[in-house]
Design a protein around this ligand. Sequence first.
Ligand SMILES: Cc1cc2nc3c(=O)[nH]c(=O)nc-3n(C[C@H](O)[C@H](O)[C@H](O)COP(=O)(O)OP(=O)(O)OC[C@H]3O[C@@H](n4cnc5c(N)ncnc54)[C@H](O)[C@@H]3O)c2cc1C
Length: 458
Amino acid sequence: MDKDILVIGGGTGGLTCALSLAKQGFKVTLAEQAAFPRFGNTWVNDTETVSFEKYNLVTPLPGELVASVARKAVFLTPDNKIRFGLNRFFLYSLKMDAYQKRLADLCAGAGVDMRFGCAATRLIYEDGFAKGALLRQEKSDKDLEVRAAVTVLACGPRTLLMKHLPPSLEMDVACNERDFVSAIQEVRAVDPVAAAAAIRKGKAIDDSMVVFMGMPDVGGYATFLYQLDLARGTIALLAGSRDQVPGVKGPRAMLDENIGRLGFCREKIFGGGRPIALRPVSDTLAGNGIALVGDSGFCVCPANGSGTVPSMISATLCADAIAHALKNGLSPSRENLWAYNAAFHRGMGANFAGLSVVQKTLVTLTDKQAFTMAASGAMKGSDYEAVHSGHLVRIGPFDAVSRLVKAKGARGLLLKAGLAGLLAERVRAHYRNFPQIWNPDTVRQWKNKRDALVKFAL
Ligand SMILES: Cc1cc2nc3c(=O)[nH]c(=O)nc-3n(C[C@H](O)[C@H](O)[C@H](O)COP(=O)(O)OP(=O)(O)OC[C@H]3O[C@@H](n4cnc5c(N)ncnc54)[C@H](O)[C@@H]3O)c2cc1C
């Protein structure tokens, strides 16, 4: 079967890419290993809202959200003291399976050949180019060969397909266990009387994103947050930690402890989890006949693991580059698809590269240090807001002095973070000059300079 494009993976990245290309008149097949209708991430993803308009992404419907779009954000230490906050924080809290099902319906409506329960087992590779893949339908013992001008991998980094890419494609996809954060997200029913009592006693906060920092025994680079919605009778909870580090508690234990502490959470309505890879974005999002989208290309904010909007932005930029090459009768070579690589790295990727530098410092924090930083008053709600939308935290000279004055007991840490921030700005500026066109010498020089810069990351 011959197609223009084969997309492997039906998450937000793959679906957005397939939809955009089908709308432009291309013949697209999408293979998703999970069967319809039990496909799509089984949890809630919080996404910033601005990019939906900017990149013309499919806007969520009210029924696909589990909480109001504008709410407060409150940052506490485990002693339940509020350390800082934001009065209005805009988020889409997307019920991922519902949103992804609608994207899949839109794809089918636009003519995408949608194949659920169909796993890609092997890439077809000829003359230095990816040329499609072998697909295996659930319960079948035969492979279906789908040939395509471009194969888009949107299947996440952990599939065998990603691990066995032909070396001569020169795709930078290696991933180490230390790069992962384990995350679980659940939505639960609440006992309304007990929840209302907890709110009255100041033990819980309604209609806000409540983020805990510096929790004991979970490492300094860990998250626990909840969003209680008494009007809907639900609570969304998220926990993440680097539990591959000895002595660090995993997300399941974090969730269970906090569910016990809150005291009003009842049965699970839905939820799930998996490890999130937090390594720098791949230098090679485009290769000969192949492109990496979303988590497959590590297009994930390294500071907090947000990857939904990045997956859709990378998908949109990828679709634009593929469409441009194919419409102009160009071979889908690395050179002719490079525009995607350049567009991502010069934009969102530049911020992510800077945040990767800061992340190197953050992962070294102990939970006590994270507590000290949060409790010292050295951090602000606007820092969280910037990182949440994938931006670097900007601190002017007066702000820096005022934070240093406040940060008794955390000045060393703050200075370390400040130095990482300065280096992050330089790395970001370098990515803004990511080579616009593929040329081996220019790309090598750019990479050498990048490697020299990031080697100073603490
Ligand atoms: C618990 C948790 C909470 C999260 N919270 C947030 C959040 O609040 N905000 C945010 O922005 N991000 C969040 N993320 C990250 C976000 O979910 C991902 O970054 C995003 O889903 C990436 O989209 P994707 O399309 O690249 O990959 P995925 O959504 O992982 O989709 C990949 C798809 O490929 C399919 N697949 C895999 N292998 C094959 C194969 N061989 N053949 C066919 N199909 C295959 C899979 O079944 C899957 O459907 C969270 C992640 C987790 C685990």
